[in-house]
Ligand binder design. Structure first.
Ligand code: GSH
Length: 203
């Protein structure tokens, strides 16, 4: 099968897909679109957004759905409905945290952003990290099923983007089990190789 990923020259929502493709040793064309070229690409995308993964000419969109599709292929999904629910609920918790951080980062009014950031730092991030830490403890260094699933790769792949937007490191020794999730993912040889060789970008 031929795989072609269309996204911007950043990690963000494209990176969980890149992690999974590398994890599965799937060769793919990593098309990184510059902002100036985006108007040409936008009308070609199903929802006018990226990331889009083209698989044998079929354009898949919605990053989480693409990740679930890839994870199923490579044994990183659950083996029944309840297991898949556990993974999805961990992924959606990560997505909620990301969305709340993004709402502050992309706030255009500097004064409002400053106010929102106070609440983000004092309430929102600690709340989500505490919940995720509990999940990682319960699952012995994973986010679900006490084993490696795509939820772990999803969380860690989005980590640098979330850190960038939150202006802090979310993976510190204050949350040792979450740190273990990240250590476990970075220890996977195909992921390590990808991180060492991927294009260096600010985000
Ligand atoms: N729910 C979508 C997903 O997870 O794939 C969100 C996609 C999205 O927000 N994409 C942004 C985008 O394409 C970049 S992260 N922005 C450019 C545009 O909308 O023109």
């Amino acid at each position: 099968m031929a795989y072609k990923l269309f996204y911007f020259n950043i990690t963000a929502l494209g990176e969980p897909i890149r992690f999974l493709l590398n994890y599965g040793n799937i060769k793919f064309e990593d098309v990184r679109i510059e902002a100036a070229d985006w108007p040409k690409f936008k009308p070609l995308m199903p929802l006018g957004q990226g990331p889009v993964l083209e698989v044998d000419g079929k354009k898949l969109h919605q990053s989480t759905a693409i990740c679930r599709f890839l994870a199923t292929k490579m044994g990183l999904a659950g083996s029944n409905e309840m297991e898949n629910y556990e993974i999805d609920s961990a992924v959606e918790t990560v997505n909620d945290l990301r969305a709340k951080i993004a709402a502050v980062h992309y706030e255009p009014n500097a004064k409002i952003q400053e106010e929102k950031r106070k609440n983000l730092n004092s309430e929102t991030i600690p709340f989500y990290l505490k919940k995720l830490e509990e999940m990682a403890k319960e699952n012995q260094g994973h986010l679900a099923l006490k084993r490696r699933t795509w939820a772990d790769l999803y969380f860690v792949a989005l980590g640098s983007y979330m850190n960038y937007m939150a202006k802090m490191d979310l993976f510190t020794s204050k949350h040792p089990y979450l740190q273990e999730v990240s250590i476990n993912v970075f220890a996977i040889s195909s992921i390590k190789k990808w991180i060492d060789t991927r294009p260096k970008t600010e985000i």
